[in-house]
Design a protein around this ligand. Structure first.
Ligand SMILES: Nc1ncnc2c1ncn2[C@@H]1O[C@H](COP(=O)(O)OP(=O)(O)O)[C@@H](O)[C@H]1O
Ligand SMILES: [Mg+2]
Length: 327
């Protein structure tokens, strides 16, 4: 027997996004499936602050679980996922909520959703001109919308560098074998890898871990815009990359890195939905990510409309932002 500490937390990406957006005062409708097992009861209790009416319970299926063995120094040594139930997030299930989808200001999709369902959501989004954000989830799932023309319906995507490389590979674009470590090199690589996406997407949010985040987008009226814009405005703006350093945090303060990327995106989205400008949106994201890094939960319970808002962003001093033209 190996002796160790065992703890449980609740994911995954889609749930994290809905959790964080709910804490930030939004009312996301979370569409998913779970079993009728004990896990599902715990999840329902844990998610009382969220609208779970779009989560279907299926007898005879196990709620998705993921088990990771982490060494004393925090490295992953073994992991095991039982995620078969994700195949039940079908077009048929999602289509029951078509009216809600069509009236949503934004739809977020994670990489655990089956490719056919992602295609269905993208098709609806295209027909009804709804903004879609794709959270690639991991390197193997990142390419799902890119296996067909679906990706052209995406508005935002939030990959890290590895996921961005996987997406470029599936588009048939050249990719580097090694990913850089120095910030200047990371920015250059990210700019090259986001370029093919920016022919269609509004904004690529490249998450850079301790380095923060790089926003790649077209510049309209002086600042990078992530908010709604007309097609003419999008076509007219020049391509720019803007780097926002992360909020400094010591190793000792970081309790759990999972959920940081989801908190970042939820913070940005909450800012977008409130109509804030780009800098404020990104900083609401960085602040949410910072709070979640300090928490055992993937989404910090400290995240709220009181801790993440325009005033809180303005009350902090922020590291310098740098912008590059993408040539
Ligand atoms: N070691 C760290 N130090 C400071 N901030 C961090 C660190 N790791 C993550 N973050 C913050 O969390 C955000 C998302 O984390 P990241 O690891 O880039 O996302 P993902 O898990 O999706 O790859 C980053 O943009 C940054 O703001
Ligand atoms: Mg991510």
């Amino acid at each position: 027997m190996n002796v160790g500490k065992v703890s449980r937390s609740f994911g995954g990406v889609g749930r994290n996004l809905a959790d964080c957006l709910s804490r930030l005062g939004k009312t996301p409708l979370f569409l998913s499936v779970m079993g009728t097992d004990e896990h599902s009861e715990s999840i329902s209790r844990y998610c009382r602050h969220m609208d779970m009416t779009g989560v279907r319970q299926l007898a005879g299926h196990s709620t998705a679980t993921y088990c990771a063995v982490i060494t004393g120094s925090g490295e992953l040594s073994l992991d095991l996922g039982d995620m078969d139930i994700h195949q039940q997030i079908t077009e048929q299930h999602v289509s029951k909520f078509k009216e809600s989808l069509c009236s949503a200001p934004l739809v977020c999709v994670d990489g655990n959703v089956p490719t056919a369902t992602i295609q269905y959501v993208c098709q609806i989004a295209k027909e009804h001109q709804i903004a879609v954000c794709y959270e690639p989830t991991d390197e193997n799932k990142a390419s799902k919308p890119f296996l067909s023309d679906s990706w052209r319906a995406l508005t935002y995507i939030s990959p890290n560098l590895r996921e961005l490389r996987a997406i470029n590979r599936s588009l048939g674009c050249p990719v580097p074998a090694e990913l850089p470590a120095r910030l200047e090199d990371i920015v250059r690589t990210a700019m090259t890898l986001t370029r093919p996406l920016l022919t269609q997407l509004r904004c690529v949010v490249v998450t850079l871990g301790a380095h923060g985040v790089l926003l790649c987008s077209r510049r309209t009226e002086g600042s990078i815009s992530v908010g709604p814009a007309t097609h003419q405005q999008i076509a007219a703006g020049e391509l720019c990359a803007t780097h926002y350093p992360a909020i400094p945090i010591s190793r000792e303060e970081i309790v759990n890195v999972s959920g940081a990327g989801d908190s970042l995106m939820a913070g940005i989205i909450a800012g977008l939905l409130a109509g804030h400008d780009t800098d404020i949106c990104v900083r609401m994201g960085l602040l949410s990510a910072y709070l979640s890094l300090r928490s055992h939960e993937p989404i910090s319970q400290e995240i709220s409309t009181a801790s993440v808002n325009l005033e809180q962003v303005k009350a902090r001093s922020w590291p310098e932002v740098k912008m590059w033209k993408m040539i």
